[in-house]
Write a protein that binds this ligand. Sequence first.
Ligand SMILES: Nc1nc2c(c(=O)[nH]1)N[C@H]1C(S)=C(S)[C@@H](COP(=O)(O)O)O[C@H]1N2
Ligand SMILES: [Mo]
Length: 246
Amino acid sequence: MRKIGGIQRRVFLIGILMGTLGFFVGMFKTKTCAQASGDFFGREEYVGKTRKGRFKKFYVQYFKPFKRVDGDKWKLKITGLCENPQEIDLVEIKKLSKKTQVSRIKCVECWSAKAQWEGFHISHLHEKVRPLPDAEGVVFRCADSYNEYLPLNDLTHERALLVHTMNKEPLSDEHGFPLRVIVPFKYGYKSPKAVLEMEYVKGFHLGTWSKIGPYSLDGTILPGYDHPLDMGKKRRKIFGGEIFDY
Ligand SMILES: Nc1nc2c(c(=O)[nH]1)N[C@H]1C(S)=C(S)[C@@H](COP(=O)(O)O)O[C@H]1N2
Ligand SMILES: [Mo]
């Protein structure tokens, strides 16, 4: 009885000790976390993932928070397998022959949202940079360290666009300022935002989400269901490929 009592007392004392220790460690941790998040997300010049406020109707997906891109300093860097690698500033990008389309971004996380996009077809960029016969696709590198690969077959599709304008306004930082890709027949993760660099490459490359998640490498929208944010998230059946019927 005494022995059990002794063990119990010892366990009790160790418990108190651990608890007290835990409390202080916890306090310290909370403090450092709060400081870190304050530094990273709290300031105006950072942008990251959000689903609040005006973004309830068009979620914002970012791999990592990052410092907003300065449009005056930004240049699209074009590298890799092309005859004429170069850097193109936003003024020149906006001069490329314009194309407008209404299309929906469908995320694998089930939501979708629709907008009018304006930008250019990649063929106009190709007139400038002239991809080599070896080039099979492009790796896009983005401001939030996200990267994604698209084969030239998809990028030259008539519904694929590089866009700088959304609903008649310059792209917001949240939706990919200064330049993003729109590939409406593929899941949203194949539409990289805030693009800094395009590298023309041979062979297939894995993108950020495909490395992390159970995402298909090809990204084509599969038959299933959709919860459009602009239609109150009411479940709709979809048949695969680009969503044209709403
Ligand atoms: N740079 C960058 N682009 C990205 C992502 C990202 O994390 N970083 N997420 C992708 C995913 S998963 C989706 S669904 C769409 C969403 O676009 P939106 O944030 O404009 O709604 O962006 C895609 N492009
Ligand atoms: Mo997504």
